[in-house]
Design a protein around this ligand. Structure first.
Ligand code: FES
Ligand code: FE2
Length: 414
């Protein structure tokens, strides 16, 4: 999928990544270009296609990936002020995320302590009380049960034990992370989970970015096909030849292993001019696309001057339905029509390419995987990040217990 916007506003790219890291990456890429060899791993990988169609596999993904790992459920810029809240259901559990009167961000199951109705039916808003629509039990922003109508009927009920059930939540890099299936009181430590990636993401200053827009997309194919689409550049000059193909290098994809996670760097066509700029003027970030695969289901795409955030989930219990939350994070909120048009144009190009090209082939892949005609797909040596992702998925789904922090690189057997 790897989509770069056509237009990069250099005015917006002033900060970010540690220059030594950029220099090192720039030099590694130039070394590959000069050698005439694309970055590749040692071997191809065969991958069973039942992972995209088997219902038991989806059940296992639900109970492990979408329950036990930190999952991105939204954006910190949506819950900046006390009383700001949003509800997110995509992980399969309805979660209420709310900024407390004390400024603390908390997450709860959106489930009443009386008989289990959703307490909050709106998607987002700002309020100090959450009143269940069924019998009007009411909760405060810290999840405490504050009132029960006709409470003489519940005289022996311990109110402290009937507040909203908390889930561990953390805001980091401007994103809101939750472990949806964790027990109340369980810890969440996103920095440790991200490992080395944490420092690198911090350098982008994402916590100051604003969510410029979000679309929720639903399609008739397995959720992993969306993630897969980001993890190689091989398809760009074929599938996207009439859209983004002319602007992006196909086949060149610098892959790095970050334990559970991975980074892939693709080249914009402008990279080739930039490499001849004087060393002290050379810029890296406007001339590349950086794909951060954040296990298990999020892809952060650095698009030269902003991030896209994609989080993808199974939609219900079916293997052939996905739901994705796609957002554009801008460094600052647009203040002029020209800035607004810049983000509008980026989004239009992205959605046009994804919906009319990537998703069209994904639908055909899903039907074909279900046909039984072939048992395996094959991931090429240049599809290294794709190989990484599926190796880690297989490894984590086969394991008992939870990865509470990100293991150092490459403990997963090939
Ligand atoms: S189910 Fe919420 S008040 Fe009855
Ligand atoms: Fe694509």
């Amino acid at each position: 999928m790897i989509h770069l916007s056509f237009v990069v506003s250099t005015r917006l790219t002033g900060k970010v990544v540690d220059i030594s890291r950029q220099t090192e990456l720039f030099d590694r890429i130039v070394a590959y270009l000069d050698s005439g060899f694309d970055p590749m791993v040692d071997d191809v990988m065969r991958h069973p296609v039942d992972r995209y169609v088997d219902l038991r596999h989806v059940g296992r993904e639900r109970e492990r990936l979408f329950s036990e790992f930190p999952i991105v459920v939204g954006h910190g810029s949506d819950v900046r002020s006390p009383g700001d809240f949003f509800v997110d259901d995509l992980s399969g559990r309805s979660l209420l995320i709310v900024r407390g009167d004390d400024g603390v961000l908390r997450g709860f199951h959106n489930m009443c302590g009386h008989r289990g109705s959703a307490v909050e039916l709106s998607a987002c808003g700002n309020q100090r009380r959450f009143t269940c629509p069924y019998h009007a039990w009411s909760y405060d922003t810290a999840g405490r049960l504050r009132s029960i109508p006709n409470d003489d009927g519940f005289a022996s009920v311990d109110r402290d034990a009937h507040g909203l059930v908390e889930v561990p939540v953390e805001e980091r890099h401007g994103l809101v992370w939750v472990i949806p299936g964790a027990r109340p009181g369980a810890a969440i430590d996103v920095a440790s989970y991200l490992g080395e990636l944490d420092d690198e993401l911090a350098e982008f200053g994402m916590s100051d970015h604003v969510r410029e827009r979000t679309d929720i997309l639903r399609e008739p194919f397995n959720w992993k096909l969306v993630v897969d689409g980001f993890l190689e550049t091989y398809h760009i000059r074929f599938l996207h030849r009439n859209t983004i193909g002319p602007y992006i290098g196909s086949n060149f994809a610098l892959y790095d292993d970050f334990g559970l996670h991975a980074r892939m760097i693709g080249l914009r066509s402008s990279f080739h001019e930039e490499r001849s700029a004087p060393l002290d003027e050379r810029e890296f970030l406007p001339h590349v696309a950086i794909i951060y695969l954040v296990f298990p289901n999020t892809v952060l795409v650095w698009q030269g001057d902003h991030f896209e955030v994609w989080s993808v989930f199974p939609d219900g219990d079916r293997a052939d339905r996905m739901v994705a939350r796609a957002s554009l994070l801008a460094p600052t909120a647009p203040t002029t029509d020209a800035e607004q048009r810049h983000w509008d144009k980026n989004w239009e190009v992205l959605m046009n390419t994804v919906l009319n090209e990537d998703f069209v082939v994904a639908r055909t892949m899903q039907r074909n995987f279900a046909s039984g005609a072939r048992t395996h797909a094959v991931f090429g040596r240049q599809e290294a990040t794709l190989q990484h992702y599926h190796r880690i998925l297989e490894h984590e789904l086969a394991k008992d217990g939870v990865a509470v922090s990100n293991p150092e690189r490459a403990e997963v057997p090939a």
